[in-house]
Every structure is written in structure tokens, then in C-alpha cells.
Design a protein around this ligand. Structure first.
Ligand code: VGL
Ligand code: ZN
Length: 242
């Protein structure tokens, strides 16, 4: 006699076959792709309100990275977010240099510095992560650019090229050997973070669709070239390992 249990099982098996057939006829959604190994960290750079449309240093279509990154999140067991986190009156702000305008270049003791509109001021709405960024399993937030006189595009080492944020040591202690870098902006903070990841000895990938650029005087082309010179791989979501 067929008991209810047997019937349910058959029903489930038939259901699974239908699902499998459906999955075979369309591209896999990111969430359905396999987990990426624990030695790989997803580094999500500066997905903050001020870098998205409506923000004070808006990157064109910056908000479009959110859905791509949300879909990647579940595939990583190590996720680090960086957060641009400036005090009011920060030395990277044009408003801190009388007579200077945003996007002009000045010399700082540590080298040339682009001047920016005031952005990502500690504790403000603009400095908050996008409310739709959904990475509940992320374990670490690295804030940067909080020293009044030193900017930090990189999540690893500040613009004086000497002061570490601690991210390199953190990843090393946790056995991370590969970094997947995404976020804003491709040619500034993603670029510097990816370069420093490669210099720290991590195999480094930047996911094209998960980044958007500022592109100031050819900075985007230069960024890709400089990253490539250090062995950083430019990939599409579909080319990720796993
Ligand atoms: C950034 C300019 C100034 C970035 C941060 O996240 O790319 N760009 N501060
Ligand atoms: Zn900044």
C-alpha cells in the first residue's frame, strides 16, 4: 500500500526534476551559484549615500552596484566593508582650502591630492551605507580617511602610503589569500584598495559590473592599466571562481 510518506517523497522528487529543468533553461542567478572558498574575501568599497545619485560626491549610476553586490554577498563567508569616514574640515575637502574648488589638485606633504566636495562626514546621512545594501553576514567595517591631514582612498594604507588601516593584518590572520573588490569609485577607492591588496600578496579580482567610476581626466583608463600592471584581474560576475 502506498502510504502518505511515499507519496510525498515522489511528489518532492517530481518537483525537484521540474525545478532542475527550469534552471537549465535560463542563466543561473548569482544566489544560485556556488559558495566561494573561505580563503577569499569580498571587499565592498564605500557604498555610501554621498557616492550615489543625490549625494554630495555622486558617482554616475553609483546606486546600480547595490543589487549586484547584494547578489554576490551570500556566496562569500568573508565580507569586509570599507567606509569613507572624514571629520568635518578634512584636508581633502576643497572647502578647507580658501580659493580652491572641488576637483582641483593641490600638493599635500604626502603628494598630490584631488580636492573634493565635502563628503562622508562622520555621523552624517551621507556617510551611511546605502540603506538598500543588504550584506547581513558581513563581519568587519574598516573606516578610513578619519585623520584630518591624511586622505585614504585605499582600505589598506592611507594616502601618506605609510599608515596602515589594519585590514592587511586582519585578512592575513584570517587566512585570506584572495580578494574580490567591488564598490565605489572604480578609479579611486576601488583602484587604490585593489592595488594595495595585490601589493599585500593577495590574488586580486575586481568585478566590473559591481563598480562605477568618477572618471576625472582619464582616471578610469589609468586605474585599469595601473591595476593590471600589478596583476589585478578585471572580471565579470560570471567569471568568479566557484
Ligand atoms: C572616494 C573620492 C574621495 C571613493 C573617496 O570612495 O572613491 N573618492 N573619497
Ligand atoms: Zn573621501
Amino acid at each position: 500500500m502506498t502510504n502518505r510518506f511515499t507519496f510525498d517523497r515522489r511528489h518532492l522528487i517530481a518537483g525537484a526534476a521540474v525545478l532542475t529543468a527550469a534552471a537549465a533553461t535560463r542563466p543561473l542567478r548569482a544566489q544560485e551559484r556556488p559558495m566561494i572558498d573561505a580563503a577569499t574575501a569580498l571587499i565592498v568599497v564605500d557604498v555610501q549615500n554621498d557616492f550615489c545619485p543625490g549625494g554630495s560626491l555622486a558617482v554616475a549610476k553609483g546606486d546600480e552596484v547595490v543589487a549586484v553586490i547584494n547578489a554576490l554577498g551570500p556566496r562569500f563567508s568573508n565580507i569586509v566593508l570599507t567606509q569613507d569616514w572624514h571629520p568635518a574640515g578634512h584636508s581633502s575637502f576643497a572647502s578647507s582650502h580658501p580659493g580652491k574648488k572641488p576637483f582641483e589638485l593641490i600638493q599635500m606633504p604626502y603628494g598630490p591630492q584631488v580636492l573634493w566636495p565635502d563628503h562622508c562626514i562622520q555621523g552624517t546621512k551621507g556617510a551611511e551605507f546605502r540603506a538598500d545594501l543588504n550584506l547581513p553576514t558581513a563581519q568587519t567595517i574598516i573606516r578610513k580617511g578619519y585623520r584630518l591631514q591624511i586622505d585614504s582612498y585605499s582600505g589598506f594604507i592611507e594616502a601618506d602610503r605609510k599608515t596602515p588601516t589594519g585590514l592587511g593584518g586582519y585578512l592575513k590572520e584570517r587566512g585570506v589569500t584572495r580578494a574580490v573588490v567591488v564598490g565605489l569609485a572604480t578609479d579611486f577607492c576601488v583602484n587604490w584598495t585593489a592595488q594595495d591588496a595585490a601589493k599585500a600578496g593577495l590574488q586580486t579580482l575586481v568585478v566590473e559590473e559591481a563598480c562605477r567610476a568618477i572618471d576625472l581626466n582619464g582616471s578610469l583608463d589609468k586605474a585599469w592599466a595601473d591595476m593590471a600592471a600589478l596583476g589585478v584581474k578585471r572580471v565579470k560576475v560570471g567569471e568568479l571562481p566557484g
